[in-house]
Design a protein around this ligand. Structure first.
Ligand SMILES: Cc1cc2nc3c(=O)[nH]c(=O)nc-3n(C[C@H](O)[C@H](O)[C@H](O)COP(=O)(O)OP(=O)(O)OC[C@H]3O[C@@H](n4cnc5c(N)ncnc54)[C@H](O)[C@@H]3O)c2cc1C
Ligand SMILES: *[C@@H]1O[C@H](CO)[C@@H](O)[C@H](O)[C@H]1NC(C)=O
Length: 511
């Protein structure tokens, strides 16, 4: 193939991780003419936080990412469209968030009674109005130093709606609990109110659905653009030694980075692009890099939040909910996102006894007429992952029976995601905690190593960082991850097409 980069294409690159970020990086490097790209994936299969499964028959169940969020300027939406991978019934599935509630979402009290849809709608509309103030950077100054949860509580208390009917505060608690699934936080009391506007929602629907192949079909598109042998699965990377040329560790000066795998295999390369999740980095970065990562990078890894969101799928032999029901939402007398309850649960570990109160509700699932999907976040989700399937099943059935009073049969199958327990993910997605400067930390995480390489005449761009957590505005999303993969590949492409840097010192131009 005629490479636009000509002779420089022999630079060796390892990409750690085969999620959207890693696959996008590898695909664009190869397309630009890099001939020595190796993707090392710890798991059995590529995809990362995409896990398309078929546990209940031919139709897919997404244990990880489910929707393409936004259409305009969303490269994944374009890709899905180009390859005809979008669902024909474009909005075949949504989830019940405060901003997407419809009269078909049934809200139940603990005593089995239904809340009036108009009461629910009023509270959700107010919640939507208050959160959009934060999302649009229109927060009053007095809220700037507050958590999102505290801001919402105070603004809600000022509204006449708060005292207009008895259950308003309880529905508001549900709104906060539900919003945690979008923010991947344990609680909105941990999320920054001021910083949340940095997250950018792309125009177009928030819940764009994929067709029968699910999200895996998107992963497959990227996989098809990788020549055979580029991707190696079951290859956990345990150590990355960088800056070797300076320390003269006997490597070829052309290959300043050494990547070591758990199975003993080693790769000597010019560049490595790390796409491991923020959760993995929180746990392992200290042991992985030699020399250790600079302080602003370890600080960013520590300060940015990485929350757990899990899904619980229940399959029944028949539907026990009415046909016009889009889901069953649980409104507690004392819910865990109530300010007082939240703070009392923070002491000790009594929250373990009421972990199930963190379940927002159970939504119906597209193309699965007898399946419900429950959502749970935070430490309660992490705790659930440690429980036996039988326990989770019993708790869910008990909740459904007591809240609805409907004749709920025993589920025939139960399946829940375990993103926190996955050692190479360790959670679900990124959030900006209260008191943290998200922009600064995302940028620190994304900065390539070594710093100021041009001035120190070290070979630049030894270790690059991509992945969902390294995007300032699109963190949490698949398209964010994808864009960071392209971004880091482009850095390398620019490096080899930039005459100034492509000096005689650059070994790759000699080959
Ligand atoms: C439950 C859930 C629901 C979600 N829903 C949506 C949604 O509807 N829409 C949306 O846009 N986003 C959603 N997301 C977020 C989306 O899945 C992620 O933002 C995106 O997939 C992240 O891609 P990534 O490439 O950055 O990271 P990952 O997908 O985590 O990929 C990183 C890869 O690196 C591998 N790895 C880690 N450490 C090592 C190592 N040491 N050696 C080798 N390999 C390693 C991992 O195994 C993994 O495959 C959801 C996530 C979860 C968990
Ligand atoms: C994907 O889901 C299946 C359950 O169907 C599970 O066995 C597997 O471990 C999951 N993979 C990842 C990477 O989470």
């Amino acid at each position: 193939m005629n490479s636009p980069l000509g002779v420089t294409s022999s630079a060796k690159v390892v990409v750690v991780g085969a999620g959207f970020a890693g696959l996008a990086a590898a695909a664009s490097l190869i397309q630009a003419g890099f001939n020595h790209v190796q993707v090392l994936e710890a798991a059995h299969r590529p995809g990362g936080r995409v896990n398309t499964t078929r546990p209940f028959g031919p139709n897919v169940i997404e244990l990880g990412a489910n929707w393409i969020h936004g259409q305009k300027e969303n490269p994944l939406f374009s890709m899905a469209k180009r390859h005809s991978l979008l669902s024909e019934d474009a909005y075949s599935s949504t989830m019940c968030l405060p901003t997407s509630v419809t009269p078909q979402d049934f809200f139940f009290r603990e005593d089995g009674s239904l809340l009036s849809p108009s009461d629910v709608e009023h509270v959700c509309a107010l919640f939507g109005k208050l959160t959009s103030r934060a999302f649009n950077n229109k927060l009053e100054k007095k809220y700037h130093s507050k958590s999102l949860g505290h801001y919402l509580d105070e603004a809600f208390a000022e509204s006449p709606l708060a005292s207009s009917f008895e259950d308003a505060a309880k529905v508001f608690e549900w709104c906060k609990r539900s919003e945690c699934t979008d923010e991947a936080s344990s609680s909105l009391y941990e999320v920054s109110a001021l910083q949340i506007h940095e997250y950018t929602r792309l125009e177009g629907g928030f819940f764009n659905c994929l067709g029968p192949g699910g999200y895996q079909a998107m992963v497959d598109v990227l996989l098809k653009s990788l020549p055979p042998g580029v991707l190696l699965c079951d290859k956990p990377v345990t150590r990355i030694q960088w800056g070797l040329d300076k320390e003269g560790k006997g490597q070829s000066p052309c290959c300043p980075v050494k990547v070591l795998c758990e199975d003993g295999q080693e790769f000597e390369v010019d560049h490595v692009i790390v796409t491991a999740s923020l959760g993995f980095l929180k746990e392992r970065a200290w042991a992985m890099f030699e020399p250790a990562l600079p302080e602003d990078k370890t600080g960013a890894i520590k300060r940015l939040g990485f929350g757990t969101v899990d899904k619980i799928f229940l399959k029944f032999s028949e539907r026990f909910w009415p046909e016009d029901c889009a889901g069953i939402q649980l409104v507690w007398e004392e819910g865990p996102e109530d300010n007082d309850i939240y703070h009392s649960l923070s002491e000790g570990d009594s929250w373990r006894e009421t972990w199930y109160k963190k379940i927002c509700g159970f939504d119906i699932v597209a193309h699965h007429p007898t399946v419900l999907c429950g959502w749970i976040t935070g430490r309660e989700a992490q705790y659930m992952e440690t429980l036996e399937e039988k326990v989770v099943r019993e708790v869910c059935v008990r909740l459904l029976r007591s809240f609805t009073g409907w004749p709920v049969s025993e589920p025939t199958q139960v399946l829940f995601s375990t993103w926190w327990s996955n050692p190479y993910v360790k959670g679900s997605y990124t959030f900006v905690p209260h008191g943290v400067n998200g922009v600064r930390e995302h940028q620190a995480l994304a900065a390539p190593l070594p710093y100021r390489a041009i001035y120190t005449r070290k070979k630049p761009l030894q270790v690059l960082f991509a992945g969902e957590a390294t995007h300032v505005n699109f963190y949490t999303t698949t398209h964010g991850a994808y864009i960071t993969g392209i971004r880091e590949a482009q850095r390398l492409i620019d490096l080899y097409t930039d005459q100034k840097l492509n000096s005689s010192e650059d070994c790759s131009s000699r080959i």
